[in-house]
Structures are given as C-alpha cells and as structure tokens.
Write a protein that binds this ligand. Structure first.
Ligand SMILES: CC(C)(COP(=O)(O)OP(=O)(O)OC[C@H]1O[C@@H](n2cnc3c(N)ncnc32)[C@H](O)[C@@H]1OP(=O)(O)O)[C@@H](O)C(=O)NCCC(=O)NCCS
Length: 170
C-alpha cells in the first residue's frame, strides 16, 4: 500500500461571516462552523485516499473564542493518522480581525473518516507520513485518541441498544 504525506491532503478554506451565518450574539453560529469543519475534513480525507469517504465520528469541536463579523475565518485540514480503512483528520480554525490583522485559534477538531469501495464496504487507505512539527505531534498522539474512540464507540453502541425507538406520541 502506497504512502502519502500529510501535505498531500492539506486544504484551506477562508470565508467572511455574513449576517445569515450569525447567532443571537452576532457571532458565527456554531452549527455553521461545524458544517464548514465536516466539509473541509471530508475533502482532506478524500484527497488522502482518492476514494469515497464517510464521516464515522467527530471527537469534539472545541470553540476556543467567538468569531465576529469583522473577522475572516480560515480553516486548515489534513490527515494526521490512518488505521486500516479509517483516517483521522485535524481541523484548525484561525480567525483574523480584518482591521488589525490580529489572529486567534478559534476552534480545533478531530474527525474520523472511513474510505469505502464501490460496494460501500470499508477499504484500506494509504499510510500517512508527517513532516512538520505540528504534523509529527498530531501523528504521535493519534493512537491514544484512536483507542479513546474505540472505547467510546463500544459505549455508544451499548447506550443505543438501551434507547427506545418509539416517538413520545406512540
Ligand atoms: C463508518 C462506517 C462505514 C463503519 O462501518 P462498519 O461496518 O462499522 O465498519 P468496521 O467496524 O469494519 O469499521 C471500519 C473502520 O471504521 C472505524 N470506525 C467505525 N466507527 C467508528 C467511529 N464511530 N469512530 C471512529 N472510527 C470508527 C473502525 O475503527 C474501522 O477502522 P480501521 O479500518 O482503520 O480499523 C459505518 O458505521 C457507517 O456507514 N456509518 C454512517 C456514516 C455516515 O452516514 N456518516 C455521515 C453522517 S450524517
């Protein structure tokens, strides 16, 4: 199986914040940012394996600072680590105050995508080679996050089997 560099999957997306994108605090609506994150992460995963991919999970989205209408928002995404058919993708969200140029890390997120073959069956993906300090740090710490995810998945399945599928009015 061939190998790819993290840089091969790296992508960026920069946007303005429009009035339709904000919440009642006049800052970027969290759901909008989550949609941007899933969107760009899916492109990084797709670029890494050149296969169809699905989002298997999002570990968390940590909103570190509000994003104002005077800011630009720049998302960076790349594959940090791979399992057999799964890929961990990191997303970093950097805002820039367009007047002053001041930048902040507004959010970070880890997502897992799974590559699927023509029959929608999980299929092996290339390994990833980290090069920069950021990429190496994320690559080294990934097995621990993957193990946490495995435990969470078992717990989620257990919990799902406990819940009723009945609607309240039934
Ligand atoms: C993700 C999915 C394809 C996994 O299929 P599956 O039959 O459970 O496959 P497996 O158990 O063989 O797991 C395949 C890989 O996915 C990983 N995986 C599955 N569920 C996961 C989860 N919740 N979080 C992280 N990784 C997960 C497994 O660890 C495995 O990784 P590996 O091949 O690198 O070892 C399947 O659960 C699915 O289709 N889910 C819905 C995805 C979707 O619709 N996303 C959009 C949401 S709107």
């Amino acid at each position: 199986m061939e190998q790819r560099f993290s840089r091969d999957s790296r992508c960026f997306k920069t946007s303005r914040i429009f009035p339709t994108d904000v919440n009642n605090h006049n800052t970027l609506f969290g759901g909008k940012l989550m949609s941007y994150i899933d969107d760009i992460a899916s492109i990084a995963a797709h670029k890494h394996c050149r296969r169809s991919v699905v989002t298997a999970s999002t570990d968390s989205v940590d909103f570190l600072s509000p994003i104002h209408t005077s800011d630009s928002v720049c998302l960076e995404s790349f594959v940090t680590w791979t399992g057999k058919s799964s890929m961990e993708v990191f997303v970093k969200v950097v805002t820039e105050d367009l007047k002053s140029g001041a930048r902040k890390i507004a959010a970070t997120s880890f997502l897992t995508f799974v590559a699927l073959d023509e029959n929608k069956v999980p299929v092996e993906v290339p390994d990833v080679i980290p090069e920069t300090e950021e990429e190496k740090k994320l690559h080294e710490s990934a097995p621990h996050r993957a193990e946490m995810r495995r435990i969470r998945r078992v717990e989620s399945k257990k919990l799902a089997s406990f819940f009723t599928m009945k609607y309240p009015w039934e």
